[in-house]
Ligand binder design. Structure first.
Ligand SMILES: CCCCCCC[C@@H](O)CC(=O)SCCNC(=O)CCNC(=O)[C@H](O)C(C)(C)COP(=O)(O)OP(=O)(O)OC[C@H]1O[C@@H](n2cnc3c(N)ncnc32)[C@H](O)[C@@H]1OP(=O)(O)O
Length: 677
């Protein structure tokens, strides 16, 4: 639709946000903007109660009136019993009088399009806005009748219930929300409803028939939103086959319009590398404990007490608590501070997460987080927003997080598909298993750590995102998986934790059990999580990096034959790498090693494999010497693949062993497994 073809008469009394005062400035500003873009516009500053005067200005300037859009906005939040007459006069009486003045002109010329502006406060009700709600719903009644009466004259009347940043809403909404709710998202809908080709009559938008359609992304590749796009997708916008019923005004504010927000709304404005915001996160042991409970720790397991009881001598945070401080910067409106970014929050899913700790997490304090947009990817079925967050304790960098936010249905904007900024995950290999059973109420508990997203608790909000029921927080499953690894491979010692990466491949429903399958390679534990009941992989391409592997107790490895033996052998090989040339000068391959410490012979050890069981006998020299097991990757692989007989490898010296003598018990176990191969 070409602005040049439109002539607009603009009325704005220029009152303040409570309806007082009068100024021509607001209307003049808009007239100037329209004229600057090549349109025709004229201002009128009369009260809406002088409807005849308003319409006369339009007739005098343009000779006819085809469209009447009543956008009367001001509100006063009063308790129920105070019913300011002004609210009724402006919203209801004002719209009525202006429309009545235009009505006969429209009827006579057999064309008219009328738009009434109601409000979610009228449709759903809103605390403290009894007067305003009544006036606004009265408008809907007026519009419905005009729609019926005007139909035979080609005078159609529709009602909109938009939310947008404006002079009014900036008094009641935080600035970041006002900035995100652009009037441009509402205007195309209004323009289409005003068009002579539009046959819609008696409709209510944002909500039709008290239900919300699934909506449709109308933004075209690399283009701003347009009324043509609304027209072209009208069927889908009004398609009620997947309709949901909003439960209250909160859902309305988050959804903003039946036409979904676009992502990114304005790819030009959304600069990669742009700072999102900085925030402070103050916490103490309460938040650490709440988080531990949120990811399923319980006093049933004595190992968990160190994360649940602040007076425990080893009390500490679970390493994945590192996501909580960093997430605060994005959850508290931070995302809305990014110019050019508008997100329909019902379509937001947590896509992937990377966390790396540089220092152990404190159990109290104030942490500062700084977030930047690392990249924006077009994944076809969705858009992925990569957000890098650095979190500091004073000047010290404590941890790094990369949040990957998947906005369903927002792809196809012509962006790139991959980025070298993504922290890559790997497919899992052989596995050890652990299973945990988060209870149904897990999401309700996890929310207390700061992610209040209604998707995880409110059935109607979840329905807007296309889910039959609320789903579990991605970071909650993430916390469960990290706990599995920490228990299995690091004796629950948080200081062993270095980093974690995971993709949220499919949603988890509260009450489903999470089974983690793991495979350790060197300091890296690859893992994937499945829902046990359905066998569906929900956390994919995931890994945890650990520190100081040589100190890890070997009994944490699964014991037994077959697969476990392979795990043990891999473990031996990796340990050797991590120990370097620390202790052993020479290994005397089969029946004894000459073990040296500081260059001197410390002990001799023999191994008797003849019995087939294999055991390690302590020789002379006491128990303080160090021994090391070594095997090259290649030899190890050959052993695993059955190409190299392990005993031969042993005899030929290809497999060498070094390690701490204190592990002798565990070495016995290893050798037993070894002998079974
Ligand atoms: C603090 C601010 C940040 C946090 C905000 C979040 C707040 C939280 O409260 C919200 C949550 O916790 S939501 C719960 C956790 N997340 C989930 O349950 C999502 C589960 N995943 C899915 O449903 C699908 O993978 C789905 C729907 C994501 C994608 O499925 P499809 O559309 O079928 O995609 P598919 O055809 O498989 O692949 C298309 C391309 O997208 C890539 N991709 C797939 N899943 C991805 C994911 N999870 N993350 C990132 N990229 C993903 C694919 O690789 C493919 O791209 P390419 O071809 O280039 O490889």
């Amino acid at each position: 639709m070409d602005l040049n073809k439109l002539s607009l008469k603009l009325n704005d009394l220029g009152a303040d946000t409570k309806g007082g005062g009068k100024s021509s400035a607001a209307a003049d500003k808009v007239v100037e903007e329209i004229r600057a873009k090549g349109g025709k516009a004229v201002a009128n500053y009369d009260s809406v109660e002088d409807g005849e005067k308003l319409i006369q200005t339009a007739l005098d300037s343009f000779g006819r009136i085809g469209v009447c859009v009543c956008v009367l906005v001001f509100t006063v939040v009063f308790v129920f019993l105070c019913t300011p007459d002004l609210i009724q006069r402006v919203h209801l009486r004002g719209s009525f009088l202006v429309t009545r003045a235009a009505w006969n002109h429209m009827k006579n010329q057999k064309f008219g399009r009328i738009i009434m502006t109601t409000s979610a406060a009228g449709i759903y009700g809103n605390f403290g806005q009894a007067n305003y709600s009544a006036a606004k719903l009265g408008l809907l009644g007026l519009a419905n009748t005009l729609a019926i009466e005007g139909r035979k004259y080609n005078v159609y009347c529709n009602t909109i219930a938009p939310v947008a940043g404006s002079r009014l809403t900036e008094t009641v909404m935080p600035p970041d929300v006002v900035a995100a709710l652009k009037a441009e998202y509402v205007a195309p809908l209004v323009l289409w409803l005003c068009h002579e080709d539009c046959q819609e009559n008696g409709g209510l938008f944002e909500v039709l028939r008290w239900e919300r359609t699934k909506g449709h992304t109308v933004r075209q590749k690399n283009k701003a939103m347009s009324p043509e796009a609304v027209r072209d997708h009208w069927d889908k916008i009004c398609d009620f086959t997947a309709a949901t019923r909003p439960s209250g005004i909160q859902g309305h504010v988050l959804l903003c319009a039946v036409i979904r927000f676009h992502f990114p709304c304005d790819s030009q404005a959304l600069a990669v590398g742009q700072k999102v915001s900085t925030s402070l996160f103050t916490f103490n042991h309460t938040q650490c404990i709440l988080y531990a409970l949120g990811v399923g720790m319980s006093t049933k397991d004595p190992d968990h007490l160190r994360f649940l009881y602040e007076n425990h001598p080893d009390f500490g945070c679970l390493p994945t608590f590192g996501v909580i401080a960093s997430q605060a910067v994005l959850m508290e409106g931070g995302l809305s501070s990014v110019p050019g970014l508008g997100i329909d929050f019902t379509q937001v899913l947590h896509g992937e997460q990377y966390l790396e700790l540089y220092k152990p997490l404190p159990t109290s304090g104030t942490l500062r987080s700084e977030a930047t947009v690392a990249d924006v990817l077009d994944k076809g079925s969705g858009a992925v927003l990569l957000l890098d967050v650095n979190t500091y304790n004073g000047d010290e960098l404590l941890c790094f997080n990369q949040f990957s936010v998947f906005v369903v249905g927002a792809g196809g904007f012509g962006g790139k598909r991959t980025s070298d900024r993504v922290k890559v995950g790997f497919p899992p290999n052989l596995r050890a298993k652990q299973c945990l059973f988060p209870p149904r109420s897990q999401a309700a508990l996890y929310r207390l750590s700061g992610d209040w997203n209604p998707l995880h608790i409110d059935p109607s909000f979840a329905a807007m995102g296309g889910f039959k029921q609320p789903i579990l927080h991605g970071l909650c499953s993430f916390g469960f998986a990290a706990r599995h690894v920490l228990k299995q491979f690091a004796g629950n010692d948080p200081s062993r934790f270095k980093a974690i990466k995971a993709r949220f491949a499919k949603p988890v429903l509260p009450g489903q059990s999470l089974q983690t399958e793991m495979w350790k390679e060197g300091n890296r534990v690859h893992l994937q999580c499945k829902v046990k009941e359905t066998d569906v992989v929900v956390l994919a391409g995931a890994y945890v990096d650990l520190h100081g592997e040589s100190d890890a107790p070997l009994e944490n490895l699964p014991q037994g034959g077959g697969l476990q033996s392979e795990l043990v052998f891999a473990e031996i090989g990796r340990r050797i790498e991590s120990l370097g040339s620390e202790l052993v000068r020479k290994v005397n391959a089969v029946f004894g090693w000459e073990i040296t410490k500081d260059g001197k012979t410390a002990a001799q050890w023999t191994i008797d494999l003849k019995s087939g069981s294999g055991s390690l006998h302590r020789g002379a020299g006491g128990g303080k010497a160090d021994v090391t097991f070594t095997v090259s990757d290649q030899d190890f692989m050959e052993v695993v693949q059955g190409k190299l007989n392990p005993q031969k490898a042993f005899f030929s010296g290809k497999l060498k062993i070094r390690g701490n003598i204190m592990l002798s018990q565990k070495l016995e176990v290893i050798l037993k497994d070894y002998a079974k191969l």
